[in-house]
Design a protein around this ligand. Sequence first.
Ligand SMILES: N[C@H](CCC[C@H](N)C(=O)O)C(=O)O
Length: 285
Amino acid sequence: MQGAGNDFVVLDGMTRLPPVDEAFIRRLADRKFGVGCDQVLLLAPVEADDDEADFRYRIFNNTGEEIEQCGNGARCIARFAILKGYARGPLVRLRVKKGVISVVAESDSERMTVDMGAAKLDYADIPFDPEGLVRRRVGGMMQYGIWRSDVGEYLWLCVVNLGNPHAVIFVDGSVDDVPVGELGPFVQNCGHFSEGVNVGFVEVLDERRARIRVYERGSGETLACGTGTCAAYIAGRLQGRFDEETAFYARGGELLCRSITTLESVTLSGNASVVFEGAFPISDA
Ligand SMILES: N[C@H](CCC[C@H](N)C(=O)O)C(=O)O
């Protein structure tokens, strides 16, 4: 499946759980030797006493590492649950590592909206260590400066956790001109993010439109990143750059973020499309 070009292999674990060890995920996610994807998603039943969620939703980067959250994946796996008849829809509640998120299907379309819940900004929640960094306040948001000795200037970033960790950088000029493949790893390796970080670059067009590219933890640059887009929206919103509803143009498509309460709930809307369905051998032999 894909959501704005962020692509997934969705595993149906409702009747039998497939192996989700690192070697299997890597083989499946390999674009040359396997199927290929940014993330592998697993749909599984919840515990019998779980009254809050309909399904368990597990996420793996294509490197094999299990991660906490994925916004585009949530929209895809909820649509998968509806298409397979596991969910009656339109509301699907998914249990992830750290809580429950809800997804709603729009009638007769591939469009799905997920409520990513509360964004967190405290260092400990990112997790992020600001020790030794310069800082400045822009509206309601703190920015941290990492010195780039190659160009002799600071790279200013905002930090947001949406279940997973994000650094957001607002750029002057076109996001097409940003060396994402260099600055992404530079931020990831700066030593201030103990559990790694997804790095987003945002070009604000106006209060209702922005362009975005994200260099993800594990997967590298993807055509879109849902949680990264929500993180950019929340950071921009707190700085007074965005409206209650803002469209983000990622390289693989358009995503819409909305929030009234800003810090309690942010929704992400966009397509969740099936590309093909098939069977993959579990054993290598
Ligand atoms: N593409 C995903 C995010 C994956 C994040 C992952 N790369 C991480 O390590 O946190 C999304 O739509 O939210």
